[in-house]
Design a protein around this ligand. Structure first.
Ligand code: PXG
Length: 458
């Protein structure tokens, strides 16, 4: 088949419909409508094959932190491809890009996290977490400590273990999930679960749910607790300030490993290098992916604390690994990405200047008649659409108003995601103040149209 670069949108859509199965998609419904074919990108913008421009309010899927079109990353990958396009890290071998990346990640992460196990995605990172924490406790002569506690409405990936750790009910309904020995407690979502309490009281109650479950199961049976510092796919849920300190205490008290899933929060998203820095979390393991390479090539990893490494060393060989663990070209992309983020002080600028401006503009939307709550941190934001102010009740979970708003924003050149009726933003970290203004002008226009639609159809 010839290259498809000059093919019409219609032909591309037909081929896509005939041969491509999309993730998280009702195939029949999509194919009636046809996909939007994205062709190129630069900075914070994308263009489709019909020449429409979009401001990418989601940084791809929460990952293109450095923005599109970064030559440094492309050049590093091209050079690495010429030098050594592939070699494995299994049989007592290594290679310069993976060595450099591991050292750089160890330097960036909190002091006690110094070793990295590489993989190709966040899902694989969390599969690795499950096997690693169970192997750790076995190695220490406590094989019964194998239950992993997670949270309802968490997202940890789409593989068998990732989707099981996640607390998304529609995912559990398919394919016989969750797998054994994974438990879920309530999420720290004040707007949904704690409206009558102060956020501080609610944060404590949500954290104490962990202790209750540990006591119910017996600490001798519990291996770890896993959580995103800020839930992303669940709807940008920023926990109350009381939540993380109490979670940390409970894990220490009951000798439960604490796993921070930094797949979204890592690499600057919250305005610090890691969500763990933002919330003062001392994690035993950290899952990373997405922003590690700004999405330019697939790479993820588990960053492991000195304590856990020492335990694993008691267990001999860890029978786990992927063909592409530490893939040279992906590692080179990640090194180049980290280098440019450091050189341009992207994380510092995000934390000091860009995120505060973004949050200020986000807050302004809370006065809108269709908005019940805005929440966010760093360059993460959620705009919760509600039928009646002041935040009395929600539209439910069919997501129809959210979907309507998302589609109108798309028509108007803004990619904003809908999680049920929460509108979600997570733009590239290199976004400027003027581009943030443009983003919120378009977002407000979309919300206005959704409001009008609600008034007409209620
Ligand atoms: N952990 C977290 C916190 C994530 O957000 C994963 C793990 C899995 O990563 P991979 O690379 O295996 O996809 C994720 C991924 C959405 C959406 O619609 C979110 C993710 C992926 C796809 C869609 O918000 N997050």
């Amino acid at each position: 088949m010839e290259g498809l670069h000059n093919t019409s949108t219609e032909t591309l859509q037909q081929l896509d419909a005939m041969h491509h199965l999309h993730p998280f998609t009702d195939t029949q419904a999509l194919n009636k409508k046809g996909t939007r074919v994205i062709e190129r990108a630069e900075g914070v913008h994308l263009w489709d094959t019909d020449g429409n421009q979009f401001l990418d309010g989601m940084a791809g899927l929460w990952c293109v932190n450095a923005g599109y079109g970064r030559r440094e990353i492309m050049d590093a990958v091209y050079q690495q491809m010429q030098q050594l396009p592939y070699y494995n890290t299994f049989f007592q071998t290594s290679h310069p890009p993976v060595i450099e990346l591991a050292a750089r990640v160890a330097e960036l992460t909190p002091e006690h996290l110094n070793r990295v196990f590489f993989c190709s995605s966040g899902s694989e990172a969390n599969d690795t977490v499950v096997r690693m924490v169970r192997h750790y406790w076995s190695a220490l002569g406590k094989p019964d400590k194998k239950i992993i506690i997670s949270r309802e409405n968490a997202y940890h990936g789409s593989t068998m273990a990732g989707a099981s750790l996640g607390g998304m009910k529609p995912m559990h309904k398919q394919g016989g999930l969750p797998i054994a020995d994974i438990q879920h407690i309530m999420q720290p979502h004040w707007f949904v679960n704690g409206f009558d309490e102060t956020p501080e009281d609610f944060g404590e109650r949500a954290a104490l749910a962990l202790e209750e479950r540990i006591l119910e199961l017996g600490a001798g049976n519990v291996a770890a607790f896993i959580a995103e510092p800020v839930q992303g796919a669940g709807g940008v849920i920023v926990p109350p300030a009381t939540y993380w300190p109490l979670i940390q205490k409970i894990c220490t008290k009951h000798d439960i490993l604490l796993v921070a899933d930094e797949v979204i929060c890592g690499f600057g998203r919250t305005g610090k290098w890691f969500g763990s820095d933002e919330f003062n979390i001392t994690a035993d393991l950290m899952a990373i992916a997405k922003g590690l390479s700004s999405g330019y090539l697939p790479i993820g990893g588990v960053v492991v604390s000195d304590r856990v490494v020492a335990g694993l060393e008691q267990g001999g060989e860890f029978n786990h690994g992927y063909t592409y663990s530490g893939h040279p070209a992906c590692a080179a992309a990640a090194v180049a990405n980290i280098e440019l983020m450091q050189r341009e002080r992207i994380v510092e600028t995000t934390g000091e200047r860009i995120a505060p401006y973004f949050q200020k503009r986000l807050q302004e939307l809370s006065a809108h008649p269709l908005v019940g709550q805005v929440r966010g941190i760093g360059l993460l934001g959620a705009i919760q659409l509600v039928p009646d102010k002041p935040g009395n009740g929600t539209f439910g979970t069919d997501g129809s108003i959210g979907g309507f708003c998302r589609d109108r924003c798309m028509d108007n050149g803004l990619i904003m995601r809908a999680v049920d009726d929460a509108m979600i933003l997570s733009p590239p970290l290199i976004i400027t103040e003027a581009q943030i203004d443009d983003l919120f002008t378009r977002a407000r226009a979309g919300i206005d149209l959704a409001h009008q639609h609600w008034l007409e159809t209620r």
